[in-house]
Design a protein around this ligand. Structure first.
Ligand code: ATP
Length: 758
């Protein structure tokens, strides 16, 4: 039974903030565009006050129920982006749309009316002109096919039988999660694809068990048409491309609708222009009840899009579909059995053929498997060999790594040595131009080796010399100690001498005092001539010894003059004359004593002067001694420094020599081991480093030689100083002897003078 009916069109106006709306509802079936007063009629107009529940109960229930009667039903929302299509079809958690409400309704109806129903669910998406199975998005091979009896169908699309509301709901949610959404200028959660949620009904007719009713319910949420020029996402190539594809498919849909609306049976309808129109083909002018929900956003800015949608609805409403009740006649028992047996036999023969083919295939596969097993075996052997080889190579590699590590370490050491030695070589080259040109040659290496051997010999000798020097150094130290002791003794003697000198000075001053006393005693009893003589004597005492002889002769002259005078006075009192003469004799004697005393004093003064000179000499000698001591200390210090230098150089030389020896032997052995693995450059570097090491040894030995020379020269200097010191000591000894002699003389003189004193 077929029923011709128009596509049912409804309008849903979404609520907007804009005060100026471009459409006005005339009644619940028509609207007019405010500006143009164009009127558009629909089966139903749902203004912004209508809820999703109301829409479903007024529009959904009655149409979906058609599926239970074997009629195909298709319901889709059409409109610009952000007009409320998804809100209408899917809805939100609080306001579930048509699809979730349909699921509820179907299973509620099944339960309530005991309908024997089998439902299969499939869910697909058309994204950028590609069909994606939303229940199995990994499936790539999804294609639209057409069958003479089945009609248009989708190959490999997942179809799942669902027994309950929850199962269906679960599948819907699963598909929704795989769906493509994105942000557009007008919608942050914009559908970037068309989605078709499909339910296949198979209803067993309770009145006639030989019949089943079969129908398909397509619930479609189309992607919104988008003004790409106005889109802020223009820069985003991906979004732009999506927009282009969406618009292209919607244009194809619009074209199909346009043509169909003209109701010209001869007109060619190009359903193949897009996947969308191809899939919707049965719903557009075919066997389906189709409900188009036109969704509009009535803001002034959307005037053109709203008008287009209204026109789309108008055109769609003009399309006539032929709705059939899709029955499937089930056979009676005998014909059913016959058909069943026929089918069974056909299937059986098909299966036999398949089995034969499979067996052939099996054999081929077995052969293949066998050859593959053989190959696997061969490969296993090869693999084992390879593993063994790899293990060996790994071991070799590890050995090589450790060798490389050692060589690297040595190279680093050598680099360091090289840096030091390069400088030395440069010096050597400057000093010895003959050597400079030959350093790189093997001959030079040999020559250097000879030199090194010679130097080693010299080193042995030098070590002996060094020992001798040490012994001499010890001797020198002892001598120095003795000298120091002597200096100390001299110091003590010097102090004693100073004390004696003071004593002597005191004695001299005492003597002068005594002399003055004598003078004072003589003065009152002397005649003017005597006074003159006394004065002369005092003058003599105070002057040098050479001046003494003149006053003596004067005194004597005086005596002679006195004798003449005596004769002159003979004519007077003889007694007085005799007394006077005695007096004169006594004075004469006293004068003699004084003259002697004066002479002794002069001697003492001379000796004092000598002692003073000796003191000066002594202090000079002491000063020299201090200098010599200081120099000796310096020399000792230098000797010590040189000793430490020599010992450190020697130890450095020994350790470096040891290192070099071990390094050279290591290098030799490493070189021998890895010679086949090393390049010529390595060999060159190796030889160069060896030469450098030997040059280093040569330089060190030369340093030691220089140091030893220096030690020798210092020792010579020390010896000279020691001799000088010895001389000084001799001088001091001599001074002491002189001093002692002088002291003895002074002692003797003291005694003499004491006797002379009254
Ligand atoms: N009738 C309505 N009542 C309340 N909110 C609505 C209504 N219609 C749409 N909206 C809201 O408007 C926004 C856009 O709606 P929706 O995503 O359904 O548009 P769309 O036409 O599907 O857009 P697109 O084509 O870009 O996917 C959503 O936030 C939605 O919740």
């Amino acid at each position: 039974m077929s029923i011709e009916e128009n596509i049912i069109t409804c309008l849903r106006i979404r609520p907007v903030q804009d005060s100026e709306k471009i459409i006005e509802c005339v009644d619940d079936k028509s609207v007019i565009i405010a500006r143009t007063k164009e009127m558009f009629s629909f089966e139903k107009v749902f203004d912004e006050t209508k809820t999703s529940d109301q829409i479903f109960s007024e529009l959904g229930v009655q149409n979906i129920d058609q599926c239970f009667e074997g009629k195909n039903v298709c319901m889709f929302a059409y409109g610009q982006t952000s007009s409320g299509k998804t809100f209408t079809m899917k809805g939100t958690k609080e306001n579930p749309g048509i699809i979730p409400q349909t699921i509820n309704h179907i299973f509620d109806k099944m339960d309530n009316e005991s309908v024997q129903l089998q439902i299969k669910v499939s869910f697909l998406e058309i994204y950028n002109e590609t069909i994606i199975d939303l229940l199995n998005p990994k499936e790539q091979n999804i294609e639209i096919r057409e069958h003479h009896s089945k009609g248009i169908y989708i190959q490999n699309l997942t179809e799942k039988v669902v027994q309950s509301k929850d199962e269906a709901d679960q599948l819907y949610k699963q598909g929704e999660a795989n769906r493509k959404f994105g942000e557009t200028s007008q919608n942050t959660q914009s559908s970037r694809s068309h989605v078709i949620f499909r339910l296949n009904f198979e209803v067993r007719d309770s009145k006639n068990p030989t019949k089943t009713l079969q129908s398909v319910l397509n619930l479609i949420d189309l992607a919104g048409s988008e003004n790409i020029g106005r889109s802020k996402t223009e820069k985003d190539t991906k979004t732009k491309n999506e927009g282009v594809n969406i618009n292209k498919s919607l244009l194809a849909l619009s074209n199909v609708i346009n043509k169909l609306s003209q109701n010209n049976p001869n007109q060619y309808i190009n359903y193949r222009d897009s996947k969308l129109t191809r899939l919707l083909q049965p719903c557009l002018g075919g066997n389906s009840r189709t409900i188009v929900i036109c969704a509009v956003n009535p803001s002034a800015i959307n005037y053109q899009e709203t008008r287009d949608t209204l026109n789309f609805g108008k055109n769609a409403g003009a399309i006539k579909n032929v709705v059939n009740i899709n029955e499937k006649q089930l056979m009676d028992k005998s014909s059913f059995n016959k058909e069943f047996i026929d089918n069974f036999q056909r299937e059986n023969s098909e299966l036999k053929q398949q089995v034969e083919k499979s067996e052939e295939l099996m054999k081929e596969k077995e052969i293949c498997i066998q050859s593959m097993q053989d190959q696997i075996e061969e490969l296993s052997v090869i693999k084992r060999n390879h593993i063994e080889k790899i293990m060996l190579q790994n071991e070799e590699l590890n050995d090589l790594r450790s060798e490389i590590m050692i060589i690297r370490k040595k190279n680093e050491d050598l680099k360091q040595n090289n840096q030091e030695l390069t400088q030395i070589i440069q010096d050597l080259r400057e000093k010895d131009s003959n050597n400079s040109n030959d350093l790189d040659s093997q001959n030079e290496v040999l020559r250097l080796r000879l030199q090194i051997d010679q130097m080693n010999e010299n080193m042995g000798k030098m070590s002996q010399t060094y020992q001798l020097m040490q012994e001499e150094g010890l001797k020198l130290t002892n001598q120095t100690q003795i000298l120091l002791k002597t200096i100390q003794d001299i110091e003590i003697e010097k102090t004693q001498l100073i004390a004696s000198n003071k004593l002597l000075s005191q004695q001299v001053s005492d003597m002068q005092k005594k002399l003055n006393q004598k003078k004072a005693e003589i003065q009152p009893n002397t005649i003017p001539q005597q006074q003159q003589q006394q004065n002369t004597l005092l003058n003599i005492v105070g002057s040098s010894s050479s001046q003494i002889s003149a006053p003596q002769s004067n005194i004597k002259n005086k005596f002679f003059w006195d004798d003449t005078d005596k004769e002159n006075v003979n004519n007077g009192n003889i007694q007085d004359q005799l007394a006077t003469r005695d007096k004169f004799i006594m004075i004469d004697e006293k004068v003699d004593i004084l003259q002697r005393e004066s002479f002794i004093l002069n001697k003492q003064i001379q000796q004092n002067q000598q002692i003073e000179e000796l003191h000066i000499q002594l202090s000079q000698v002491e000063h020299q001694l201090i200098n010599a001591n200081f120099k000796i200390n310096q020399l000792q210090q230098e000797v010590l420094t040189l000793k430490s230098l020599t010992s450190s150089s020697e130890s450095k030389f020994n350790s470096q020599g040891q290192q070099r020896k071990s390094f050279i032997s290591d290098c030799d052995s490493s070189f021998g081991d890895v010679i086949h693995k090393r390049s010529k450059k390595d060999d060159y570097n190796y030889i160069k480093k060896k030469i450098d090491t030997e040059v280093d040894s040569f330089t060190l030995k030369r340093e030691i030689r220089n140091l030893n020379k220096k030690i020798k020269s210092l020792e010579g200097l020390a010896e000279t100083q020691r001799i000088k010191l010895q001389e000084k000591i001799e001088q001091i000894k001599w001074v002491n002897i002189v001093r002692i002699k002088l002291e003895n003389r002074l002692m003797e003189h003291d005694l003499t003078t004491d006797n002379l004193l009254p």
